[in-house]
Design a protein around this ligand. Structure first.
Ligand code: FAD
Ligand code: DHB
Length: 389
């Protein structure tokens, strides 16, 4: 099979890129290791920046998001002593949209066939070949038969563990990494949220986040040690701990319910440079990971594919390669700023086992400063709503 762009991975990065290219008349084939049901069963991000909202609108796929999503104009930082309101709308004139990654993926998936976006699910043993020249190709197994897709470019949208980044020779790239000594235990439940806006809490037992997917579906997280087991956290224990960490006011509004999903995710900051090697372009989690505090992961995948789609469209439609040549540098400039914000918010709101008394006093001083400074609140708000492309 021959196509213009072979895309590895049908997460949000791969599907958004596929639709953006297809809308411009560029041929794509997307290869995904898992089934479509499996991809939709992964509960991940919940907050969309304007960049993601704009991309879905540009694709004319934003109708359900605008109907069912919840625009949020602010959020809270809590530390037991204070409840700091970050009023994004007042400070920046902008807001974010609460609409789950699962729903974004579902909207893209449902539109694929009608728009000529070919997605091969359950493609096994995907391997990249000849990425250092202009005729790369991808091979995969489907139902025991080997297939080959020849392309002009390959887009590696296959997440942190996928084969694309690993296809780049060790001598070419460099990884920057910080692994945090804790993870997030998340619970999804069909109960009304405890508050209209998100609450990020720094409690002596550790971080907690009260989030949501809709007016009837809540998403909560707590910081747990890395070696914690899900079996140690029956629903009741988790609800009790959330009530403790979020404080009495929020706790009095928590509605408990059975977990629809419960999982533990480790926290990591990671950037791989460069995001291009020859005919291979990385986008989304294949190139970078942020700790989830601040909800930047999915939104960075969106900004990557916004840059990459524009650059590839220029290449195929106008024969210009300035955009693809600048892609890595352009995308990384925004990636590093989101890495900085996610790291800052993670450092401010979590309890670090080796943070010591000084580290804790720094958190208190910073929260105190944020509480009293409109400038500090504006800085947080403009990063949270998402930096411009
Ligand atoms: P992914 O969504 O990972 O998609 C990559 C796709 O590639 C997957 O479908 C995968 O199956 C496929 N793939 C992998 N290997 C192969 C292969 N060999 N062949 C073919 N296909 C392959 N962000 C937030 O902002 N808030 C959150 O609360 C949050 N929670 C998260 C929880 C978890 C457990 C994880 C892992 C991430 C979370 N994130 C969160 C981050 C956010 O979900 C990601 O940044 C986002 O999914 C990135 O999209 P992506 O398309 O780049 O990668
Ligand atoms: C969610 C996750 C986040 O990391 C965050 O900062 C806000 C919301 C969520 O899953 O709802």
């Amino acid at each position: 099979m021959k196509t213009d762009v072979a895309i590895v991975g049908a997460g949000p990065a791969g599907l958004m890129l596929a639709h953006l290219l297809r809308q411009a008349g560029i041929d794509v084939v997307v290869l995904e290791r898992k089934s479509s049901d499996y991809v939709l069963s992964r509960i991940r991000a919940g907050v969309l920046e304007q960049v993601t909202v704009d991309l879905l609108d540009e694709l004319d796929l934003g109708e359900r998001m605008h109907r069912e999503g919840l625009p949020h104009e602010g959020f809270f930082l809590a530390d037991g002593e204070r409840l700091i309101h970050i009023n994004m709308a007042e400070l920046t004139g902008r807001s974010v949209m609460v609409y789950g990654q699962t729903e974004v993926t579902r909207d893209l998936m449902n539109a694929s066939a009608a728009r000529g976006v070919e997605v091969v699910y359950e493609a096994e043993d995907v391997a990249l070949h000849d990425i250092d020249n202009e005729s790369p190709y991808v091979t995969y197994l489907k139902n025991g038969t080997e297939h080959r897709v020849d392309a002009r470019f390959i887009a590696g949208c296959d997440g942190f563990h996928g084969p694309s980044r690993q296809a780049i020779p060790d001598t070419v790239g460099r990884a920057y990494e910080r692994v945090y000594p804790f993870g997030w235990l998340g619970i999804l439940a069909d109960v009304p949220p405890c508050n209209d806006e998100l609450i990020y809490a720094n409690h002596e037992n550790g971080f907690a986040l009260a989030s949501m997917r809709s007016k009837t579906r809540s998403r909560y997280y707590i910081q747990v040690p890395l070696d914690e087991k899900l079996s140690d956290w029956p629903d009741d224990r988790l609800w009790d701990e959330l009530a403790t960490r979020l404080g009495p006011d929020a706790a009095s509004h928590i509605t408990r319910g059975p977990a629809l999903e419960k999982s533990i995710a480790p926290l990591r900051s990671y950037v791989f440079e460069p995001m291009r090697y020859g005919s291979l372009f990385l986008a989304g989690d294949s190139a970078h990971i942020v700790p989830p505090t601040g909800a930047k992961g999915l939104n960075l995948a969106s900004s990557d594919v916004a840059y990459l789609s524009r650059a590839m469209i220029e290449y195929f439609k106008e024969g210009r390669s300035e955009g693809i040549d600048a892609y890595s540098q352009t995308a990384l400039a925004r990636v590093w700023k989101s890495e900085r914000f996610s790291w800052t918010l993670t450092t401010l709101m979590h309890r670090f086992p080796d943070g010591g008394a000084f580290g804790r006093r720094m958190q208190v001083a910073e929260l105190d400063y944020i509480a009293g400074s409109r400038a500090a609140q504006t800085s947080i708000a403009e990063n949270y709503i998402g930096l411009p492309l």
